[in-house]
Design a protein around this ligand. Structure first.
Ligand code: SF4
Length: 172
C-alpha cells in the first residue's frame, strides 16, 4: 500500500518521467506483479517515460523496452529487453540471468556468481569484473574494455557490451 501511495504522489505531479528505484523490494511475488502492472499501465496511459532501477531481472522482463546492466558503477551492457534475455553479450549479464530461480529447475542447486562486487576504493585492474568472470584472460586483467557497439539483429547501434570477448559471449 505504501508503494501505491508513493506512485500516486509521484503521478499527482504529472511527470514526463518517473524513476522508480527498487519499486518491488520487500514485496511478495503477487504484489510485485500488481505494482509492476500498475507502473506499466500508468506509463501507457500518460505516455510518460519510466526508468526502473532493480536488482531483479525477472521483475522488468514484461515492462522494460531497453535494459542497461550496470556493474561497479558503470554500464556494461545495453540491449532491447528480448535480445538481452535471449542472448546476453556480457558474462555478468549471463550470470545475472542464470541466477534467476526457475520453476522448471526444481531440485537443482541455485546458481550464484562467485565472489563479491569490488569496493569502489579498491577497483580491480582492467575489467572490474575479471576476478569473478569465467571467461577472464590476461587482456582482461590489463585493459579495461570500452563499451563496444554490438552489431546484432536489433540494429548496429542498439546493443553495447563492455567485454573484450563480447562476440564469444553473444555467439558462444
Ligand atoms: S572483459 Fe574479460 S573479465 Fe571482463 S567480462 Fe569480458 S571476459 Fe570477463
Amino acid at each position: 500500500m505504501r508503494q501505491r501511495i508513493m506512485i500516486a504522489m509521484a503521478m499527482a505531479l504529472e511527470p514526463e518521467l518517473i524513476i522508480a528505484d527498487e519499486p518491488t523490494t520487500a514485496l511478495d511475488v503477487t504484489v510485485q506483479a500488481q505494482v509492476m502492472d500498475l507502473l506499466a499501465e500508468l506509463r501507457r496511459e500518460y505516455a510518460m517515460g519510466l526508468v526502473l532501477i532493480t536488482h531483479d531481472l525477472g521483475v522488468v522482463a514484461d515492462v522494460a523496452d531497453t535494459i542497461a546492466v550496470m556493474y561497479a558503477g558503470r554500464i556494461v551492457e545495453t540491449a532491447p529487453v528480448r535480445d538481452l534475455y535471449r542472448r546476453p553479450a556480457h558474462p555478468y549479464t549471463r550470470g545475472l540471468l542464470d541466477s534467476v530461480p526457475r520453476v522448471d529447475h526444481r531440485g537443482e542447486r541455485l546458481y550464484a556468481i562467485k565472489g563479491a562486487p569490488p569496493s569502489p576504493l579498491a577497483m580491480p585492474s582492467g575489467c572490474p569484473f575479471h576476478p569473478r568472470c569465467p571467461r577472464a584472460q590476461d587482456v582482461c586483467r590489463a585493459e579495461r574494455p570500452p563499451l563496444y557497439v554490438v552489431a546484432a539483429d536489433a540494429g548496429a547501434d542498439s546493443r553495447t557490451s563492455a567485454c573484450h570477448f563480447w562476440k564469444e559471449e553473444l555467439h558462444g
